[in-house]
Design a protein around this ligand. Structure first.
Ligand code: MN
Length: 242
């Protein structure tokens, strides 16, 4: 059984086709969204496949244009078990909105805490320390998606109980492989972050996540089958936490 814990199904050209094609694969998917407005429709189409769940998200790169959607976020929150994509982006092009990002992220974490905690898929590009500071007071399970922080930040994240979701671009880079080898095996999940990522010039499909296992089994020094089993058992454990 495969796991894609961070996939933007609604952003494919034909999401319904992807959702129906997923029936031909043994895969569980967390379909993350980037704005609260996208949740209702995405959840509706994904609900046709009971192995796909839809997360309520508010992507840090677009919060400044859609600030007012935070009200909708709070309205929808009691209906969901999964949150994402949320977080902070400290990259040069998004620095200008960092204060707004921070206020939205804080608001979301507070709302999630009041609602009893959720599983959260979190973006932390160039902002890992800020994200980890905010998470200290949060409730639920944070999954750091495509983590790219330094060693100090990684150690802090592990110490704070964060989980990690890793994908093909990450495992194909040297820096990514070093991070992956330091992540505790029992806190690792797999993700495509599709359709943003390509592999050998093709847009990734959720089931392409199986391509990560030869690499992962190499890093872990175990068989491909054992690696698949570890990630699946992590996923099952995650579901029992909330
Ligand atoms: Mn994403």
């Amino acid at each position: 059984m495969l796991i894609d814990i961070h996939c933007h199904i609604d952003l494919y050209d034909n999401p319904q086709k992807i959702i129906s094609d997923c029936n031909n694969h043994d895969i569980y998917i967390l379909s993350v969204t980037t704005t609260p407005k996208a949740w209702e429709f995405t959840n509706k189409i994904c609900s046709t496949n009971n192995r796909i769940k839809t997360a309520l998200g508010f992507h840090p790169q677009i919060v400044s244009q859609r600030y007012e959607e935070i009200k909708l976020f709070d309205e929808l929150l009691p209906r969901v078990k999964y949150i994402g994509e949320i977080g902070l982006d400290g990259s040069y092009e998004f620095k200008v909105s960092f204060d707004q990002q921070l206020s939205i992220f804080r608001h979301i974490l507070k709302s999630v805490k009041q609602d009893g905690g959720k599983i959260m898929s979190i973006h932390s590009r160039n902002a890992a320390m800020f994200v980890l500071e905010e998470l200290k007071l949060s409730e639920g399970i944070p999954i750091l998606h495509w983590f790219s922080g330094n060693k100090t930040e990684l150690d802090k994240a592990i110490q704070q109980g964060c989980w990690f979701s890793v994908g093909l671009p990450m495992i194909m880079s040297k820096k990514g492989r070093i991070i992956i080898s330091s992540i505790p095996k029992q806190r690792l999940l797999t993700e495509t972050d599709a359709p943003f990522n390509k592999y050998k010039n093709n847009i990734l499909m959720p089931w392409d996540i199986e391509l990560i296992f030869p690499e992962l089994s190499h890093i872990w020094n175990i068989s491909i089958e054992e690696s698949i089993e570890i990630v699946f058992s992590n996923f099952r454990k995650l579901l029992t936490t909330i």
